[in-house]
Design a protein around this ligand. Structure first.
Ligand code: 5GP
Length: 212
């Protein structure tokens, strides 16, 4: 039996290089009911990124216009670039019971929590070690040495916020991390307050008892 429910807003946060993108990719492949909230950003596109799939790449005036016109649910400056979550489609997806994954930083998470706590579940992903984090950042090899250094510095700042999240996991093994994220998502989907028609289902069960 499937019951109508509101979608889950699942936030995955971590320092760059902790493996968040690999986890998200694996979740999407296995679960067609969850999709990525595609952010807008003023950062330059990396070679392997597709405009409109990973991000929508826009310039600073376009970003400022969206922010001023209330088209962004949240926004933040990260690593010197602007990022934001477009409002379009989010509410409509949630109402249809579609889950949305947000890959946003701690500032954006705080803003979303103020607006939509009941719809959200938040997870903080840590790297197993700084050696591993560095390796992952260098393997990308798309960012300059300065960018990597800045990202390591920002990792420290980002990690200060781990206690603001509902769940935490150390990403040592991709399969194990994905399994944990899926369990968290499964539990979040079953939250009582998400079900929109359960009340009438229970009343119906009770009236069946009454009429026995
Ligand atoms: P990257 O440039 O490596 O793709 O992302 C850098 C950081 O920006 C990551 O921590 C990512 O979670 C964060 N980020 C990406 N999109 C958004 C967004 O829409 N809002 C906020 N607040 N952070 C974002």
């Amino acid at each position: 039996m499937e019951f109508a429910r509101r979608g889950v807003m699942m936030v995955l946060a971590s320092p760059s290089g902790a493996g968040k993108s690999s986890i998200s990719r694996a979740i999407f492949e296995q679960d067609p009911n969850i999709s990525l909230s595609v952010s807008v950003t003023t950062r330059a596109r990396r070679q392997d990124e597709i405009d409109g799939t990973h991000y929508t790449f826009i310039d600073i005036p376009a970003f400022e216009r969206m922010r001023e016109e209330g088209e962004l649910l949240e926004s933040a400056q990260v690593h010197g670039n602007f990022y934001g979550t477009p409002r379009a489609h989010v509410e409509e997806k949630l109402a249809r019971g579609r889950d949305i994954l947000f890959d946003i930083d701690w500032q954006g998470t705080q803003q979303l929590l103020k607006r939509a706590r009941a719809d959200m579940v938040t997870i903080f992903i840590l790297p197993p070690s700084i050696r591993e984090l560095r390796k992952r950042l260098e393997r990308r090899a798309q960012d300059s040495k300065e960018t990597i250094a800045q990202r390591l510095h920002n990792a420290r700042v980002e990690m200060e916020h781990w206690k603001e999240y509902d769940y935490v996991l150390v990403n040592e093994d991709l399969d194990q991390s994905c399994a944990r994220v899926r369990s968290i998502l499964a539990a979040a989907r079953q939250r009582r307050d998400r079900f929109t028609q359960m009340d009438s289902f229970v009343k119906d069960l009770q009236s069946q008892i009454d009429s026995l």
